[in-house]
Design a binder for this molecule. Structure first.
Ligand code: ZN
Ligand code: FE
Length: 256
């Protein structure tokens, strides 16, 4: 049986841990300390680390974890990522024996050019590509690139559990309401997620169905979002990538 745990790290990161009671994998362990404490407390051995992209808040634990557990470290091919043992690109897959896991690798560039996501066992580990009701900032890619990455994610099953690398959901909902405030699914999500956070529970994983219903950054094919973008861009009939780009620009301006 597989258990999935979001371990809080830094201010608002989650290190996702999947384990079978004896062996564990960790996604984006930017800080080794909370992960080592968890593994010690549950007497788990770390078999592998899965990295989504080169940012330090996702890769900072690699050296210490490799040293302590001799674990495999899977990552996109980027020399800025330390201690990598296996490089991956979109279309690759990876199989582990302990715990028994199989993941498909999805290329999801946009936040960074090297960004990949891991899909398997009903889970999507999407790093800084999708957040609860939001998406990553476009530090290296452009809107068309990110929209294509999000289309690949939209093609996954609705029941997919979306495991994001940051707890940004409530502020993302605040922004989503400014452009999609009549969406009843969004208002229901706000109620549920505010209740979770008030009890210090994660809002994640969400499901792809919930993100499709509430996350404006996954709704760039919807007529309501197209209408918003037409107004924002002051031109009629923007295409999907431009709709996505308008929503991203509006969020960047709202963030200030
Ligand atoms: Zn990042
Ligand atoms: Fe991050």
């Amino acid at each position: 049986m597989l258990t999935l745990i979001p371990l809080p790290a830094f201010e608002d990161n989650y290190i996702w841990v999947l384990h079978d009671g004896q062996h564990a994998v960790a996604v984006d362990p930017g800080d080794p300390a909370p992960l080592m404490a968890f593994l010690d407390a549950h007497q788990l051995v770390l078999s592998a680390v899965l990295i989504t992209h080169h940012h330090r808040d996702h890769t900072g634990g690699n050296g210490a974890l490799r040293q302590r557990y001799q674990c495999a470290i899977y990552a996109p091919d980027n020399p800025r990522i330390p201690a990598v043992t296996h490089t991956l690109r979109g279309g690759d897959s990876l199989t582990l024996t302990e715990p028994a896991l199989h993941f498909e690798v999805l290329a999801t560039p946009g936040h960074t050019l090297d960004h990949i996501s891991y899909v398997g066992h009903g889970f999507l580990f999407c790093g800084d590509t999708v957040f609860g009701c939001g998406c990553g900032k476009l530090f290296e890619g452009d809107p068309a690139m990110m929209a294509a990455s999000l289309d690949a994610i939209l093609a996954l099953p609705d029941a997919t559990r979306v495991c994001c690398a940051h707890e940004y959901t409530l502020s993302n909902i605040d922004f989503a309401k400014t452009i999609d405030g009549d969406n009843p699914a969004l208002l229901e999500r706000e109620r549920a997620d505010r209740a979770s956070r008030s009890q210090n529970r994660p809002t994640l994983p969400s499901t792809l169905a919930l993100e499709k219903a509430t996350n404006p950054f996954l709704r760039f094919h919807e007529p309501g979002m197209t209408a918003f973008a037409a107004g924002y861009l002051e031109r009629p009939h923007p295409g999907p990538a431009d709709v996505f780009g308008a929503i991203r620009a509006a969020k960047d301006a709202w963030d200030g």
